[in-house]
Design a protein around this ligand. Structure first.
Ligand code: PHB
Length: 379
């Protein structure tokens, strides 16, 4: 039986010290220009005992900015900022991938270059869902997602090249790999959802091949630039967050992706618990992973790489029980890493777990609620 503290070889390439993954979490501590900084290097370095860190979502381009102060990976300053982070994590013996996304329609003109409309797979707005943007007085707050403009076929193709450049930047910033954020109703999932994607071009929702094409073209670039063992992908099948409509073809699409991603040697699938359909990161209720074991068993039989399960885990017992099903290889935890930089040691030794105050998650208060949580032994 696999133990939570056993090492793992990801994608036949990357050796992880244990099976605990620090899930990607937006923390809004960037420097102006969406630039990662020394404080973020300290934060990630403190958490380097995770088997794998997946750093918070990075905008692939300025048009991908759906939440103010999330980092980017498209400028030289951002690449240099991330280099501080990767060096610090490696100095502590850790392994760090970074998550890359385009938010698609989950954006707002106040954050977009020249105030343009958010980029959509279609012109359908995410009714009832919010983004973190500037109001009319210039104050940052949760605001309804803007009215999107449907991208042309050529614009979608060009975006594949934008992702390719981000993969080069991630590699040059010292990341051990990348995770594509194809979950939670952002751009990739907007393409994958057969109800939302009503396009009629080669990226359209009419056929499986067409609606998965954008994601697979981006995956091909990632595999080519980084090598398959350094590419992971996050999916939230059956998720309804960010106003994604219920998709009767969700399972079929999931299993098709498992097959295609497997063929390409992608290192891991990171499966995410379901969030509520609308609202924002403050109001969203976290639920158990919606995928039942029957579906998970089919995923297991179809995808040859590792499966990471992110399902609201907070205890060693529950995490180990999930591994014991034999259906998953690693367990991702998010919130427990906020207040417990040494979470792995705390789980191993049954030391108390601190519950961090949620009000410090997305602030500009620098180190407060960010890097000021001590390790247990020093507490
Ligand atoms: C999400 O995955 O839903 C997500 C990621 C990053 C954010 C906000 C939401 O900043």
């Amino acid at each position: 039986m696999i133990d939570l503290f056993d090492p793992a070889l990801l994608g036949h390439t990357v050796l992880l010290n244990n099976r605990i993954v620090m899930a990607p979490m937006t923390r809004t501590r960037t420097t102006d220009g969406d630039i990662p900084n020394a404080l973020m290097a300290t934060y990630y370095g403190q958490r380097a005992s995770a088997g794998l860190i997946v750093a918070e979502a990075n905008d692939v381009a300025p048009s991908s900015n759906g939440y103010a102060r999330t980092p980017g990976i498209y400028t030289e300053a951002q690449r240099q900022g991330w280099r501080l982070v990767t060096d610090e994590v490696h100095r502590h013996g850790g392994t760090i991938f970074t998550q890359i996304w385009h938010v698609g329609r989950m954006a707002h003109p106040s954050l977009m270059p020249n105030g343009e409309a958010p980029w959509g797979v279609t012109a359908q707005r995410a009714d009832g869902s919010d983004v973190f943007a500037h109001d009319e007085e210039g104050k940052l707050r949760y605001m309804p997602a803007g009215e999107p403009r449907q991208l042309s076929t050529d614009e979608v193709s060009a975006l594949v090249g934008t992702f390719a450049q981000a993969f080069v930047n991630a590699r040059d910033a010292g990341f051990d790999g990348v995770e594509l954020h194809a979950a939670n109703g952002y751009l990739f999932e907007q393409f994958l959802n057969s109800v939302h994607n009503t396009r009629t071009d080669r990226y359209g929702g009419g056929s499986m091949e067409d609606r998965t094409r954008f994601l697979m073209e981006v995956v091909d670039e990632a595999v080519c630039i980084l090598g398959p063992g350094r590419v992971g992908i996050r999916l939230s099948p059956f998720g309804a967050y960010n106003s994604m409509p219920t998709d009767p073809l969700a399972e079929e699409t999931l299993l098709y992706l498992c097959k295609e991603l497997g063929k390409r040697g992608v290192a891991y699938l990171h499966l995410l618990y379901q969030l509520l359909p609308s609202g924002n990161m403050e109001s969203a209720q976290f639920r158990e992973l919606h995928i039942d074991h029957v579906v998970l068993a089919k995923v297991r039989a179809t995808f040859p790489g590792a499966i990471i399960w992110c399902g609201g885990f907070t205890t060693r017992e529950r995490a180990q029980a999930a591994l014991n099903t034999g259906l998953v290889d690693m367990i991702a935890m998010g919130r427990p890493f906020v207040g417990n930089p040494d979470l792995v040691a705390r789980l191993r030794h049954d030391w108390p777990i601190v519950v961090a105050d949620r009000s410090s998650y997305y602030t500009r208060r620098g180190e407060i609620g960010f890097t000021d949580f001590p390790a247990y032994e020093r507490a």
